[in-house]
Design a protein around this ligand. Structure first.
Ligand code: FES
Length: 187
């Protein structure tokens, strides 16, 4: 270990500031602190950009016009029993690029008789929560604020201002299809 005395610091040389110290090589630690400050700012900016992207997309969506309507198969007609209300899933015809698995959406399909089907949007017409079908009571129930709909979609109780929205249906071959596209989520 060297016992050489270190040369005195010249008054012109900048010394460490308050709360700073010198590394073994004499370089101020400020550069490390500055690095972490910049890193924190960068990460905060990145986080803000990721968070804000869907909001920007939502605001700009009207500029790109209405999403296309599209017939989509939701299953073979023999998979639906007369009088049964069943949940089906299908692809959102115009998913947002970052939608991921949420690009799959659902509807409740009821087979009224051999030839007639009714398809309800899954979203409650109050604030858009997904409604559940309670087969024992023959009603749709919204878990958010207690909205209740009859099996034909009419409002039975609670805050929903209008019946459940419906999709147009058709039978193609042995397949049941829904005309999917933009549906208003709330009334
Ligand atoms: S969102 Fe369904 S009752 Fe409010």
């Amino acid at each position: 270990m060297s016992t050489e005395p270190t040369a005195p610091r010249s008054p012109a040389e900048p010394g460490p500031g308050v709360g700073e110290s010198l590394t073994d090589a004499g370089a101020p630690l400020l550069s490390r602190r500055s690095f972490f400050t910049k890193l924190s700012l960068g990460l905060a900016g990145f986080g803000a950009a990721i968070t804000g992207l869907p909001i920007v997309g939502f605001l700009l969506a009207p500029l790109f016009g209405k999403p296309p309507q599209q017939w989509q198969s939701v299953g073979a007609i023999n998979d639906f029993a007369v009088g049964e209300t069943k949940l089906v899933t299908f692809e959102d015809p115009s998913p947002l690029p970052w939608a991921g698995v949420t690009a799959r959406t659902s509807a409740w399909v009821r087979r009224e008789n051999e030839a007639e089907f009714v398809a309800f949007a899954i979203n409650c017409t109050h604030l858009g929560c997904p409604v559940r079908w309670l087969s024992d009571a023959n009603i749709f129930m919204c878990p958010c604020h207690g909205g209740v709909f009859y099996q034909d979609g009419r409002v039975a109780a609670g805050p929903p201002p209008r019946p459940l929205f419906r999709y147009e249906t058709r039978v193609q071959g042995d397949q049941l299809e829904l005309l999917t596209g933009e549906l208003p989520i709330t009334g």
